[in-house]
Design a protein around this ligand. Sequence first.
Ligand code: GDP
Ligand code: CA
Length: 345
Amino acid sequence: MQISRITVLSGGMGGARFLQGLLHGVRGGTLPGVSPDAQVTVVANTADDIWVHGLKVCPDLDTVMYTLGDGIDPERGWGRREETWSVRTELAEYGVEPTWFGLGDRDVATHLVRTQMLEAGYPLSAVTEALCRRWLSPVHGEGLRLLPMTDDRVETHVAVADADADEPSGRRVMHFQEYWIRLRASVPAETVVMIGLDRSTPAPGVLEAIRDAELVVLPPSNPVVSVGTILGVPGLRAAVRDTAARVVGLSPIVGGTHVRGMAEQMLTSIGVEVSAAGVGRHYGARSRGGVLDGWLVDTRDEDALPALRDAGLEAAAVPLMMTDPDATAAMAAAAVSLVAPGATA
Ligand code: GDP
Ligand code: CA
Protein backbone atom coordinates (compact mmCIF):
# COMPACT_ATOMS: atom_id res chain seq x y z
CA MET A 1 0.00 0.00 0.00
CA GLN A 2 1.24 3.46 -0.83
CA ILE A 3 1.30 6.38 1.59
CA SER A 4 -1.07 9.03 0.28
CA ARG A 5 -1.58 11.35 3.26
CA ILE A 6 1.33 13.04 5.04
CA THR A 7 1.02 15.59 7.84
CA VAL A 8 4.00 17.72 8.90
CA LEU A 9 4.20 19.80 12.10
CA SER A 10 6.30 22.77 11.05
CA GLY A 11 8.06 25.85 12.36
CA GLY A 12 9.48 28.50 10.02
CA MET A 13 12.81 28.19 8.24
CA GLY A 14 13.79 24.63 9.25
CA GLY A 15 10.31 23.31 8.58
CA ALA A 16 9.89 25.19 5.30
CA ARG A 17 13.19 23.98 3.91
CA PHE A 18 12.34 20.43 4.88
CA LEU A 19 8.91 20.73 3.25
CA GLN A 20 10.49 21.99 0.05
CA GLY A 21 12.64 18.85 -0.10
CA LEU A 22 9.80 16.58 0.97
CA LEU A 23 7.53 17.89 -1.79
CA HIS A 24 10.36 17.65 -4.29
CA GLY A 25 10.79 13.99 -3.33
CA VAL A 26 7.07 13.17 -3.20
CA ARG A 27 6.20 14.72 -6.56
CA GLY A 28 9.39 13.38 -8.14
CA GLY A 29 8.45 9.87 -7.03
CA THR A 30 11.72 9.35 -5.12
CA LEU A 31 10.14 8.68 -1.72
CA PRO A 32 9.86 4.92 -1.21
CA GLY A 33 6.27 3.85 -0.79
CA VAL A 34 4.83 7.36 -1.12
CA SER A 35 2.36 8.14 -3.88
CA PRO A 36 3.54 11.05 -6.09
CA ASP A 37 0.01 12.44 -5.66
CA ALA A 38 0.12 12.26 -1.87
CA GLN A 39 -1.78 14.97 0.00
CA VAL A 40 0.61 16.95 2.19
CA THR A 41 -0.87 18.90 5.11
CA VAL A 42 1.28 21.32 7.06
CA VAL A 43 0.28 22.27 10.60
CA ALA A 44 2.33 25.38 11.34
CA ASN A 45 3.36 27.04 14.56
CA THR A 46 1.60 30.33 15.28
CA ALA A 47 3.11 31.11 18.70
CA ASP A 48 5.71 33.38 17.02
CA ASP A 49 2.91 35.62 15.78
CA ILE A 50 3.15 39.27 16.69
CA TRP A 51 1.15 42.46 16.23
CA VAL A 52 3.45 45.17 14.82
CA HIS A 53 2.31 48.64 13.73
CA GLY A 54 -1.27 47.43 13.92
CA LEU A 55 -0.59 44.48 11.64
CA LYS A 56 -0.87 40.81 12.46
CA VAL A 57 2.34 39.09 11.37
CA CYS A 58 2.61 35.29 11.30
CA PRO A 59 6.30 34.56 10.65
CA ASP A 60 6.17 30.78 10.48
CA LEU A 61 3.02 30.58 8.35
CA ASP A 62 4.51 33.14 5.97
CA THR A 63 7.91 31.47 5.78
CA VAL A 64 6.24 28.19 4.82
CA MET A 65 3.85 29.91 2.40
CA TYR A 66 6.50 32.03 0.67
CA THR A 67 9.04 29.18 0.55
CA LEU A 68 6.64 26.66 -0.97
CA GLY A 69 5.05 29.32 -3.18
CA ASP A 70 8.42 30.42 -4.53
CA GLY A 71 8.11 33.94 -3.14
CA ILE A 72 10.74 33.67 -0.41
CA ASP A 73 13.98 35.60 -0.36
CA PRO A 74 16.36 32.63 -0.67
CA GLU A 75 19.35 34.32 0.98
CA ARG A 76 17.54 35.67 4.02
CA GLY A 77 15.26 32.65 4.30
CA TRP A 78 12.33 34.83 5.38
CA GLY A 79 10.25 37.56 3.75
CA ARG A 80 9.72 38.30 0.08
CA ARG A 81 12.26 38.15 -2.67
CA GLU A 82 13.04 41.46 -4.44
CA GLU A 83 11.93 43.21 -1.29
CA THR A 84 12.20 46.96 -0.69
CA TRP A 85 12.07 48.71 2.67
CA SER A 86 10.42 52.13 2.21
CA VAL A 87 7.70 51.50 4.79
CA ARG A 88 10.29 50.61 7.41
CA THR A 89 12.37 53.68 6.62
CA GLU A 90 9.33 55.96 6.78
CA LEU A 91 8.21 54.45 10.11
CA ALA A 92 11.71 54.98 11.52
CA GLU A 93 11.55 58.63 10.42
CA TYR A 94 8.45 58.98 12.58
CA GLY A 95 10.37 57.40 15.45
CA VAL A 96 7.78 54.64 15.75
CA GLU A 97 8.82 51.55 17.72
CA PRO A 98 9.67 48.78 17.22
CA THR A 99 12.35 49.53 14.69
CA TRP A 100 13.97 46.09 14.95
CA PHE A 101 11.16 44.20 13.25
CA GLY A 102 11.80 43.98 9.50
CA LEU A 103 8.61 44.73 7.64
CA GLY A 104 9.30 44.74 3.92
CA ASP A 105 7.06 46.64 1.50
CA ARG A 106 5.89 43.54 -0.39
CA ASP A 107 5.46 41.64 2.84
CA VAL A 108 3.28 44.44 4.24
CA ALA A 109 0.62 43.63 1.65
CA THR A 110 0.27 40.12 3.10
CA HIS A 111 -0.07 41.52 6.62
CA LEU A 112 -2.60 44.13 5.47
CA VAL A 113 -4.79 41.50 3.83
CA ARG A 114 -4.50 39.23 6.86
CA THR A 115 -5.26 41.98 9.36
CA GLN A 116 -8.25 43.24 7.40
CA MET A 117 -9.72 39.76 7.14
CA LEU A 118 -9.16 39.07 10.83
CA GLU A 119 -10.84 42.34 11.72
CA ALA A 120 -13.74 41.45 9.46
CA GLY A 121 -14.18 38.38 11.65
CA TYR A 122 -12.54 35.59 9.69
CA PRO A 123 -10.51 33.09 11.74
CA LEU A 124 -6.79 32.81 11.03
CA SER A 125 -7.32 29.43 9.35
CA ALA A 126 -9.70 30.97 6.80
CA VAL A 127 -7.34 33.89 6.26
CA THR A 128 -4.42 31.51 5.72
CA GLU A 129 -6.45 29.53 3.20
CA ALA A 130 -7.22 32.74 1.31
CA LEU A 131 -3.56 33.82 1.26
CA CYS A 132 -2.52 30.35 0.11
CA ARG A 133 -4.84 30.61 -2.87
CA ARG A 134 -2.36 33.09 -4.24
CA TRP A 135 0.83 31.33 -3.15
CA LEU A 136 0.29 27.59 -2.96
CA SER A 137 -2.58 26.68 -5.28
CA PRO A 138 -0.85 27.81 -8.53
CA VAL A 139 2.28 25.80 -7.67
CA HIS A 140 0.88 22.81 -5.79
CA GLY A 141 -2.80 22.60 -6.73
CA GLU A 142 -4.97 20.91 -4.13
CA GLY A 143 -2.19 18.60 -2.97
CA LEU A 144 -0.83 20.94 -0.32
CA ARG A 145 -2.68 22.49 2.60
CA LEU A 146 -1.32 24.91 5.18
CA LEU A 147 -3.14 25.08 8.53
CA PRO A 148 -2.31 27.25 11.53
CA MET A 149 -2.07 25.10 14.68
CA THR A 150 -4.83 27.20 16.26
CA ASP A 151 -7.07 30.16 15.48
CA ASP A 152 -6.52 31.47 19.01
CA ARG A 153 -3.94 34.03 20.04
CA VAL A 154 -0.91 32.28 21.50
CA GLU A 155 2.40 34.07 22.06
CA THR A 156 5.78 32.79 23.13
CA HIS A 157 7.52 35.11 25.55
CA VAL A 158 11.05 34.74 26.85
CA ALA A 159 12.47 35.83 30.21
CA VAL A 160 16.09 36.93 30.30
CA ALA A 161 18.24 38.06 33.22
CA ASP A 162 18.59 41.83 33.12
CA ALA A 163 20.22 43.81 35.89
CA ASP A 164 18.56 47.01 34.65
CA ALA A 165 15.07 45.54 34.57
CA ASP A 166 12.34 47.44 36.40
CA GLU A 167 10.94 44.26 37.86
CA PRO A 168 12.21 43.26 41.31
CA SER A 169 12.99 39.80 39.93
CA GLY A 170 15.75 41.39 37.83
CA ARG A 171 14.29 39.75 34.77
CA ARG A 172 12.91 41.11 31.61
CA VAL A 173 10.18 39.32 29.74
CA MET A 174 9.83 39.96 26.04
CA HIS A 175 8.06 38.64 23.00
CA PHE A 176 9.92 35.79 21.38
CA GLN A 177 10.49 37.91 18.24
CA GLU A 178 12.25 40.58 20.28
CA TYR A 179 14.49 37.93 21.87
CA TRP A 180 15.29 36.46 18.48
CA ILE A 181 15.57 39.55 16.29
CA ARG A 182 16.61 42.37 18.60
CA LEU A 183 18.77 40.35 21.02
CA ARG A 184 19.72 37.74 18.40
CA ALA A 185 19.21 35.12 21.12
CA SER A 186 22.61 36.22 22.42
CA VAL A 187 21.72 36.02 26.12
CA PRO A 188 20.48 32.87 27.84
CA ALA A 189 16.72 32.39 27.99
CA GLU A 190 15.78 31.73 31.61
CA THR A 191 12.22 30.74 30.95
CA VAL A 192 9.99 30.37 27.93
CA VAL A 193 6.30 31.01 28.47
CA MET A 194 3.64 30.21 25.91
CA ILE A 195 0.88 32.66 26.72
CA GLY A 196 -2.59 31.38 25.89
CA LEU A 197 -1.38 27.96 24.76
CA ASP A 198 -3.16 25.95 27.45
CA ARG A 199 -6.48 27.64 26.61
CA SER A 200 -6.15 27.29 22.84
CA THR A 201 -7.99 24.84 20.65
CA PRO A 202 -6.70 23.21 17.46
CA ALA A 203 -7.71 25.02 14.26
CA PRO A 204 -10.31 23.34 12.06
CA GLY A 205 -8.88 20.32 10.28
CA VAL A 206 -5.78 19.97 12.46
CA LEU A 207 -6.81 16.96 14.55
CA GLU A 208 -8.33 15.28 11.50
CA ALA A 209 -5.10 15.85 9.53
CA ILE A 210 -3.17 14.00 12.23
CA ARG A 211 -5.77 11.29 12.79
CA ASP A 212 -6.29 10.55 9.09
CA ALA A 213 -2.62 10.74 8.05
CA GLU A 214 -0.62 7.68 7.09
CA LEU A 215 2.63 9.39 7.98
CA VAL A 216 3.22 12.21 10.46
CA VAL A 217 6.57 14.01 10.27
CA LEU A 218 8.30 16.21 12.83
CA PRO A 219 10.76 18.09 10.60
CA PRO A 220 14.05 19.49 11.95
CA SER A 221 12.22 22.45 13.47
CA ASN A 222 12.87 24.00 16.86
CA PRO A 223 11.71 21.38 19.40
CA VAL A 224 10.64 24.00 21.94
CA VAL A 225 9.25 27.10 20.25
CA SER A 226 8.06 25.46 17.00
CA VAL A 227 7.14 21.77 17.40
CA GLY A 228 6.87 22.17 21.18
CA THR A 229 4.17 24.82 20.91
CA ILE A 230 2.26 22.87 18.24
CA LEU A 231 2.24 19.77 20.46
CA GLY A 232 1.19 22.01 23.35
CA VAL A 233 -2.16 22.91 21.79
CA PRO A 234 -4.57 20.91 23.97
CA GLY A 235 -5.53 17.68 22.20
CA LEU A 236 -2.73 17.79 19.69
CA ARG A 237 -0.17 15.68 21.49
CA ALA A 238 -2.82 13.05 22.19
CA ALA A 239 -3.76 13.05 18.49
CA VAL A 240 -0.13 12.35 17.55
CA ARG A 241 0.12 9.66 20.21
CA ASP A 242 -3.10 7.98 19.07
CA THR A 243 -2.94 8.28 15.27
CA ALA A 244 -2.76 5.08 13.24
CA ALA A 245 -0.07 6.82 11.16
CA ARG A 246 3.60 6.14 11.70
CA VAL A 247 5.34 9.15 13.27
CA VAL A 248 8.91 10.05 12.38
CA GLY A 249 11.12 12.98 13.35
CA LEU A 250 14.41 14.41 12.07
CA SER A 251 16.91 15.94 14.46
CA PRO A 252 17.40 19.73 14.33
CA ILE A 253 20.57 19.22 16.37
CA VAL A 254 23.57 18.06 14.38
CA GLY A 255 26.92 17.39 16.04
CA GLY A 256 25.76 18.89 19.32
CA THR A 257 24.42 22.19 18.03
CA HIS A 258 21.66 23.68 15.91
CA VAL A 259 22.68 24.28 12.35
CA ARG A 260 21.10 27.74 12.26
CA GLY A 261 18.56 29.31 14.55
CA MET A 262 18.53 29.03 18.34
CA ALA A 263 17.33 25.57 19.26
CA GLU A 264 20.30 25.37 21.62
CA GLN A 265 19.17 28.33 23.76
CA MET A 266 15.60 27.06 23.86
CA LEU A 267 16.51 23.47 24.80
CA THR A 268 18.80 24.74 27.54
CA SER A 269 16.00 26.90 28.94
CA ILE A 270 13.80 23.85 29.41
CA GLY A 271 16.61 21.63 30.69
CA VAL A 272 16.89 19.29 27.69
CA GLU A 273 20.35 18.08 26.66
CA VAL A 274 21.44 19.80 23.43
CA SER A 275 22.09 16.68 21.38
CA ALA A 276 20.34 14.56 18.79
CA ALA A 277 19.77 11.92 21.49
CA GLY A 278 18.53 14.51 23.98
CA VAL A 279 15.87 15.82 21.60
CA GLY A 280 14.83 12.30 20.56
CA ARG A 281 14.37 11.31 24.20
CA HIS A 282 12.56 14.60 24.90
CA TYR A 283 9.97 13.77 22.23
CA GLY A 284 9.98 10.15 23.40
CA ALA A 285 8.72 6.89 21.93
CA ARG A 286 4.99 6.51 21.42
CA SER A 287 5.25 3.07 22.98
CA ARG A 288 6.31 4.88 26.18
CA GLY A 289 3.96 7.85 26.19
CA GLY A 290 5.90 10.03 23.74
CA VAL A 291 5.13 11.14 20.19
CA LEU A 292 7.62 9.31 17.94
CA ASP A 293 8.02 5.91 16.35
CA GLY A 294 11.30 6.77 14.66
CA TRP A 295 14.04 9.40 15.03
CA LEU A 296 16.58 10.22 12.38
CA VAL A 297 19.94 11.68 13.40
CA ASP A 298 22.89 12.94 11.40
CA THR A 299 25.76 10.56 10.59
CA ARG A 300 27.90 12.66 12.96
CA ASP A 301 25.57 11.59 15.76
CA GLU A 302 25.69 7.87 15.01
CA ASP A 303 26.92 7.23 18.55
CA ALA A 304 23.46 8.20 19.79
CA LEU A 305 21.73 5.24 18.12
CA PRO A 306 22.04 2.65 20.92
CA ALA A 307 20.65 5.10 23.51
CA LEU A 308 17.76 6.01 21.21
CA ARG A 309 16.92 2.36 20.60
CA ASP A 310 17.05 1.79 24.35
CA ALA A 311 14.50 4.57 24.66
CA GLY A 312 12.14 2.54 22.45
CA LEU A 313 12.73 4.44 19.20
CA GLU A 314 13.55 3.15 15.75
CA ALA A 315 16.65 5.14 14.88
CA ALA A 316 19.05 5.60 12.00
CA ALA A 317 21.85 7.99 11.03
CA VAL A 318 22.01 9.70 7.62
CA PRO A 319 23.30 13.11 6.46
CA LEU A 320 20.83 15.72 7.77
CA MET A 321 22.08 18.95 6.24
CA MET A 322 19.42 20.61 4.10
CA THR A 323 21.84 21.98 1.53
CA ASP A 324 19.48 21.71 -1.46
CA PRO A 325 16.12 20.10 -2.34
CA ASP A 326 17.78 16.85 -3.51
CA ALA A 327 19.72 16.42 -0.27
CA THR A 328 16.59 17.28 1.70
CA ALA A 329 14.46 14.86 -0.34
CA ALA A 330 17.00 12.14 0.51
CA MET A 331 16.50 12.96 4.21
CA ALA A 332 12.74 12.65 3.76
CA ALA A 333 13.19 9.32 1.96
CA ALA A 334 15.33 8.01 4.83
CA ALA A 335 12.68 9.15 7.31
CA VAL A 336 9.94 7.26 5.44
CA SER A 337 12.09 4.12 5.12
CA LEU A 338 12.85 4.19 8.83
CA VAL A 339 9.23 3.91 9.94
CA ALA A 340 7.46 2.48 6.89
CA PRO A 341 9.92 -0.06 5.43
CA GLY A 342 7.04 -2.19 4.17
CA ALA A 343 5.49 0.52 1.99
CA THR A 344 5.92 -0.48 -1.64
CA ALA A 345 7.39 1.81 -4.25
P1 GDP B 1 12.15 28.93 12.68
O1 GDP B 1 10.72 28.97 13.10
O2 GDP B 1 12.45 29.84 11.54
O3 GDP B 1 13.11 29.02 13.83
O4 GDP B 1 12.34 27.49 12.02
P2 GDP B 1 12.11 26.03 12.56
O5 GDP B 1 11.69 25.98 13.97
O6 GDP B 1 11.26 25.32 11.56
O7 GDP B 1 13.56 25.41 12.41
C1 GDP B 1 14.67 25.98 13.06
C2 GDP B 1 15.65 24.87 13.38
O8 GDP B 1 15.99 24.18 12.18
C3 GDP B 1 16.99 25.37 13.88
O9 GDP B 1 16.95 25.59 15.28
C4 GDP B 1 17.93 24.24 13.50
O10 GDP B 1 18.14 23.40 14.61
C5 GDP B 1 17.19 23.49 12.41
N1 GDP B 1 17.90 23.46 11.14
C6 GDP B 1 18.12 24.48 10.29
N2 GDP B 1 18.79 24.06 9.19
C7 GDP B 1 19.01 22.73 9.36
C8 GDP B 1 19.66 21.70 8.57
O11 GDP B 1 20.19 21.93 7.47
N3 GDP B 1 19.65 20.44 9.09
C9 GDP B 1 19.08 20.13 10.30
N4 GDP B 1 19.12 18.86 10.72
N5 GDP B 1 18.47 21.07 11.05
C10 GDP B 1 18.44 22.34 10.60
CA1 CA C 1 9.46 30.38 14.23
